[in-house]
Design a protein around this ligand. Structure first.
Ligand code: GLN
Length: 206
């Protein structure tokens, strides 16, 4: 069985693990570098990126996560996790890992009360719209040549991108009962090919 790690130092890692298990893969909580051994991919969850950044430094997780990505393994950052993957952010804090060639602006929609939900069409996921939840979300401000935009807001700003086997989403797919993006990521990590025609396997909330 495929084994996907979920960085579990801060943020909503439990929800990601729950969805991963519901689509038939092993979910391993990663708190220390040794927990990265033998993984097929890694999810960096949403939360608070300055805290996430500090804890990743404190537990010496930055280099081994970068090495995992450099080896070509699948890595996906959601929300604060997306901020950590960027190579450029508009704020001074946190210091991102620079694994994806994207620019990111934190808190791009305002304060916590300005969180919102938006239906999106996501490239590769089929014709059914995806209900995306944005919580004090970042937005992608620059997309490098090697990066594909998978989804954008109605105003054109990208909110889901892929670069090789790396993915970043502004929103929180682990909070909705639609596991398509997790299944897509599992396919990038070496699991069964994603079939957009397959019936949705809806996951209950944690
Ligand atoms: N606003 C948070 C930050 O900038 C991200 C929010 C989230 O992950 N839902 O770190």
């Amino acid at each position: 069985q495929l084994n996907i790690g979920v960085l579990a130092v801060q943020g909503d890692f439990a929800e990601h693990s729950h969805v991963l298990r519901s689509v038939g893969v092993t979910a391993t909580e990663v708190r220390l570098p040794k927990h990265l051994d033998g993984l097929d991919g890694l999810i960096i969850p949403g939360g608070e990126s300055t805290t996430l950044s500090r804890l990743m430094s404190l537990y010496d997780l930055r280099d081994p996560v970068a090495e995992l990505a450099a080896r070509g393994q699948a890595v996906w950052g959601t929300c604060a996790g997306m901020i950590m993957l960027a190579n450029e952010i508009t704020e001074e804090d946190p210091v991102p890992m620079g694994l994806m060639d994207v620019g990111v602006q934190r808190n791009a929609f305002g304060r916590q009360v300005d969180s919102f939900e938006q239906n999106l069409l996501i490239q590769g996921l089929g014709d059914r719209e995806y209900h995306a939840i944005f919580i004090r979300a970042p937005v992608i401000t620059r997309v490098g040549d090697a990066v594909d935009v998978l989804a954008s807001l109605p105003d054109g700003r990208p909110v889901a991108v892929q670069q090789g086997k790396m993915m970043a989403t502004s929103f929180h797919p682990e909070l909705t009962a639609d596991a398509r993006i997790h299944r897509y990521f599992v396919s990038l990590a070496g699991g069964p090919p994603f079939d957009p025609e397959a019936p949705l396997i809806d996951t209950p909330r944690v």
